[in-house]
Design a protein around this ligand. Structure first.
Ligand code: ATP
Length: 282
């Protein structure tokens, strides 16, 4: 559905996207994970033809984006982080302006407003809405023409947990109904929870790509941190989870009443990122 081959984007002699190649399959929910400045937004902008790469090829739905960017717009819906809505117009009118561009009827506007729970405030001016409501209007607008691919740049950044969860559920539902979804995020929980596969970006490079579970089992050793009392002092040890020695020690400490706590690690994408780059994902 989307293929990048050796794509490079250079700003001020620096490759901010540095020769990345990958394919996103039809029907996938793909998460682009990486810290600020990793190159995620630049990559997305090249996929939708907003920026031209210095090198490489990009194909969307069999179309060469560099040669035919206009042809891809009917297939793609995009939601960027910065809201570019008509602030003085109502929710409904914002959707109407776009619906008219695509030659769509009011029925479709109502359908989208219902799906995204926007009906209650449909006549309220966008400038009066919270960030979460604005984000839902943006998603609704991107979906009016029923695109085959929905691309979202940091869809829940800065939103409260309830709105973030509503948007997550909606993204999942949409994907289950057949829409290919690509999202960028620096939130590893979001990437882990939503994505079938993730691509991890760091300094313009794609440092890993795969299913979250595959990446965790490839790069992480499951460890357990135990805290226990030994000769009146507290000891903290990190041990390999499934090792026989570890199990023996835990059962010994438990029977002696010395074990204070146990915490497993080795199961988050943030740890995969740290192993791959030697940095925290912040
Ligand atoms: N127009 C531009 N001119 C110069 N440098 C740019 C430009 N746009 C982006 N960059 C640089 O390219 C790098 C990648 O930026 P990009 O926005 O793609 O990162 P990102 O992973 O999406 O991070 P964020 O979540 O902060 O947007 C950054 O170092 C950024 O400063």
């Amino acid at each position: 559905m989307i293929t990048l081959k050796n794509v490079v984007k250079t700003y001020n002699h620096k490759n901010v996207v540095d020769g990345i190649s990958f394919t996103i399959e039809k029907g996938e929910l793909f998460g682009f994970l990486g810290p600020n400045g990793a190159g995620k937004t630049t990559t997305i902008k090249m996929i939708i033809g907003l920026l031209e790469p210095n090198e490489g090829e990009i194909w969307v739905n069999g179309i060469d984006v560099l040669k035919n960017k206009k042809l891809i717009y009917k297939d793609i819906g995009v939601v960027f982080e910065l809201p570019n809505l008509y602030m003085r117009a109502s929710i409904k009118n914002n959707l109407k302006i776009f619906a008219e561009l695509y030659g769509l009827k009011d029925d479709r506007i109502n359908e989208v407003m219902e799906d995204l729970q926007l009906c209650d405030k449909q006549d309220v001016k966008v400038e009066k809405l919270s960030k979460g409501w604005k984000q839902r209007v943006l998603i609704g607008r991107a979906l009016l023409h029923k695109p085959k691919v929905l691309i979202l740049d940091e869809p829940t950044s800065g939103l409260d947990p309830n709105t973030a969860s509503l948007i997550h559920q909606y993204i999942k539902k949409l994907n289950e109904q057949g829409t290919t979804v690509v999202l960028t995020t620096h939130d590893m929980h979001e990437a882990d929870e939503l994505s079938h596969r993730v691509g991890i970006m760091h300094n313009g490079k794609l440092v890993a790509i795969g299913k979250p579970t595959e990446l965790k089992s490839k790069y992480l050793k499951e460890e357990i941190e135990i805290k226990y009392v030994d000769n009146d002092s507290v000891v903290i040890k990190r041990l390999e989870s499934r090792a026989t020695e570890t199990e023996k020690l835990i059962s010994q400490l438990t029977s002696q009443g010395k074990l204070i706590s146990m915490n497993t690690s080795g199961n988050s994408l943030a740890e995969v990122f740290a192993v791959l780059t030697g940095r925290e994902l912040s």
